[in-house]
Design a protein around this ligand. Structure first.
Ligand code: NDP
Length: 337
């Protein structure tokens, strides 16, 4: 049973030495438990937070514990009446080949799911995040301008496409020309700007000539700096993530801009709301799942997966996620179907 353990708490960007790749015995399920074998592991930005012991909405991973994560697994052995061998499930199984579950919080995928890894992306946690954050908090109206950062990633790519389905003008922000071209050509965004260029703020002002009504915040930092002056009165900001800050060890240099932000929120009566997807919207998973399955079946949503082959690549792939090395939803193939 191969496992990735947290070896040390990173200061700044994580490095390979913050993880330990080990092998242990396969666990034995007791009465009322199932043995799960991981086929696909999801890698997500929140895992950086779990490596740190700073106060957060969830407990940190302990040193020498298995890294946490959602996974698509096959039931290898069942001593639980609700699960049978060969059945597929989504589980919070962690970075390991085998795990044991008492059946709590498992999502059934059936015996022969067609695209099982989709349950970690477009039909899973990132999909629910995009759908609820945009529609429930962002409340986009036809004709409005929606801006989203990390635009080709798991969440951002879906936010932009759902906003297009609502009749909005969609402007993405992504790292590099290739990602920007993909956002426009394949995802159907109206425009996509490269945040690695120095003229981001000027370009954004030009493209958003009627201002910004909804800014779906995934990134923070200089992307938010470019967005803030363009927000319209009554703009909405679903505050989903701040990935540009996850490896930060201190507040950014430069003048304190808190009063600038507060002044803008006040004068423009902007609504900015943070959310934690399963805590706030777990109970609406069915509603999301039905809508997204229908859009996928109708060909209205394009989904790009960045699949890493080889479990030994997991830590390197995760480190790359925090610097934009992924292109699409990052998933590791851990074992055979
Ligand atoms: P992505 O698939 O979008 O991958 C992360 C992307 O972030 C990278 O590809 C990169 O895209 C971008 N990025 C990384 N570093 C920086 C940086 N310094 N500056 C600007 N962009 C950067 O990940 P997800 O879709 O899974 O997550 C997107 C956001 O949503 C994250 O902030 C995450 O924490 C948040 N989230 C929040 C949830 C919640 O419940 N609130 C649930 C799920 C996700 P590029 O190359 O284009 O810059």
């Amino acid at each position: 049973n191969r496992q990735w353990l947290l070896a040390s708490r990173p200061v700044g960007a994580p490095t390979i030495s913050d993880f330990n790749f080990v092998a242990t015995d396969i666990p034995t399920p007791k009465e009322g438990e199932v043995l799960l074998r991981t086929v696909y592991l999801s890698l997500d930005p929140y895992m950086r937070g779990r490596m740190s012991d700073a106060k957060s909405y969830a407990e940190p991973v302990a040193i020498n514990d298995v890294m946490v994560g959602g996974a698509v697994c096959v039931v290898e052995k069942s001593h639980h009446s609700d699960y049978s061998e060969g059945e597929w499930v989504v589980a919070f199984a962690g970075w390991q080949d085998y795990s044991v579950s008492d059946g709590t919080n498992l999502l059934k995928l059936g015996k022969n799911p067609t695209m099982p890894s989709y349950a970690l992306g477009v039909l899973g946690m990132p999909g629910l995040t995009a759908y609820m954050g945009l529609l429930d908090i962002g409340q986009p109206q036809a004709g409005e301008t929606v801006v989203v950062g990390a635009a080709t990633g798991a969440v951002g790519s879906l936010v932009g496409q759902i906003a297009k389905l609502q009749g909005c003008k969609v402007v993405g922000i992504a790292g590099g020309a290739e990602k920007c071209e993909f956002a426009v050509q394949t995802l159907g965004f109206d425009a996509c700007l490269d945040h690695t260029r120095d003229d981001l703020a000027a370009q954004l002002a030009q493209v958003c000539d009627a201002g910004i009504n909804v800014y779906f915040e995934n990134v923070g930092g200089k992307v938010f700096d470019a967005v803030l002056p363009l927000l319209n009165s009554k703009a909405r900001i679903p505050l989903c993530g701040l990935i540009s800050q996850y490896n930060a060890t201190q507040l950014p240099d430069g003048p304190d801009r808190l009063s600038l932000l507060m002044g803008n929120l006040l004068i423009k009566r902007i609504k900015m709301q943070g959310f934690i997807v399963f805590d706030d919207y777990g109970h609406r998973y069915q509603e999301f799942s039905q809508a997204m399955q229908a859009w996928l079946a109708e060909g209205k949503i394009h989904y790009r997966e960045d699949r890493v082959e080889g479990f030994e690549q997991t830590a390197a792939a995760f480190i790359g996620l925090l610097t934009g090395q992924n292109f699409g939803k990052l998933v590791v193939r851990v074992g055979p179907d």
